[in-house]
Write a protein that binds this ligand. Structure first.
Ligand code: PEP
Ligand code: MN
Length: 343
């Protein structure tokens, strides 16, 4: 059961509802989005019946009460027909815009990060990406600069005037990442790291949740539900390719994921053509496909000197491919009836 509060409902209303739910033997989880608060109720059939008998729709401050049939309740479209808009700093990700997040795969040096951020700006990006904690397949590969990398990314973000998103791979690092970043990224390999999801949900920052390499839609949405259940509805999903039998691309971008997310959840969804392809020549075609399918934005790797990149150089855009991305950003939003966020 989901209890949607009326706009402007205050803490007193939340406390009253929590008490009623507790009296009925249930547990209440409060989730606050940009424009509304919803209370997810967990309990057995008896609890839900007891609450229905009390008819909470008559309670001052309650907008509606919904019996949600999907296993993911807080992120389901059943309780919120409109796609939500998530604010990252002052940049929206939602149905009205096409938001470009761009930057280097990894933060390597202040110079490389700043040069790459400037390229991101020229491509039309309004949010800067960059990894300080890298989830590498090999323990011998560059693991990221950690806190030093967070500081570099934050400083560069301020210099170029963009909020920043960066990955957190360990629940123990959530607080320090949240201190520096405007948005926390949960990577594909951690999509079902439930303690990390809970910690990220409680951190008070929007979360970018990438789809697991081999995850179904339901598993992905349930992972988002973990974040929402910790009180945070500011979640953006990211389709970044799934593992298939085809070896010539690193992963296979599942374009169907975009309309499926929009059909089943109220969360915005963006596409990562860079990590899907693993190769530069496919990034633009996949970006166009994602936007054509209705994605609310893109996250793209760019690098000022990809041949020297410590991570994912072969997929990073620069030069002509970057110019092409800027052309996509200049033309696609209008074609799709969306605005490009202004810097
Ligand atoms: C990344 O965005 O840097 C990254 C590691 O992505 P993914 O988790 O999708 O592989
Ligand atoms: Mn990468």
């Amino acid at each position: 059961m989901v209890i949607v509060l009326a706009p402007g409902a205050d803490e007193a209303v939340i406390e009253e509802i929590k008490q009623i739910v507790g009296e009925a033997g249930g547990e209440a989880f409060i989730s606050k989005g940009v424009s509304r608060t919803i209370i997810g109720v967990v309990g057995n059939a008896g609890v839900l019946e007891a609450l229905e008998a009390r008819d909470l729709t008559q309670h001052a401050g309650v907008h509606e009460v919904l019996r949600v049939t999907t296993p993911y309740k807080l992120v389901s479209k059943e309780n919120h027909a409109q796609t939500s808009t998530v604010m990252v700093g002052d940049v929206p990700i939602g149905p009205a815009t096409v938001t470009l997040i761009a930057g280097p795969c990894a933060v390597e040096t202040p110079e490389q990060t700043l040069a790459s951020a400037k390229l991101a700006v020229t491509a039309g990006a309004t949010i800067l990406r960059g990894g300080a904690y890298k989830p590498r397949t090999s323990p011998y590969a560059f693991q990221g600069l950690g806190v030093a990398g967070l500081k570099i990314l934050q400083e560069v973000g301020q210099e170029v005037g963009m909020p920043i998103v960066t990955e957190v791979i360990d629940a123990a690092d959530v607080d320090v990442v949240a201190q520096h970043a405007d948005m926390l990224q949960i990577g594909t390999r951690n999509m079902q790291n439930f303690s990390l999801l809970r910690a990220a949900g409680a951190a008070g920052k929007p979360v970018l949740l990438k789809r697991g390499l081999t995850s179904t839609y339901d598993e992905w949405f349930m992972a988002a539900e973990y974040i929402a259940q910790r009180g945070n509805l500011n979640i953006v999903l990211c389709e970044r390719g799934i593992r298939t039998f085809e070896p010539s691309v690193r992963n296979t971008l599942d374009v169907s994921a975009v309309p499926m997310v929009h059909g089943l959840t109220h969360l915005p969804v963006i596409v990562d053509p860079s990590h899907a392809a693993g190769r530069r020549d496919l990034v633009l075609p996949l970006a166009r496909a994602g936007l054509g399918a209705g994605a609310d934005g893109l996250i793209v790797d760019v690098h000022s000197s990809p041949e020297q990149a410590l991570c994912d150089g072969p997929q990073a855009l620069f030069g002509d491919s970057l110019t092409e991305l800027s052309q996509v950003m200049a033309t696609f939003p209008a074609l799709l009836g969306r605005a490009q966020p202004q810097r």
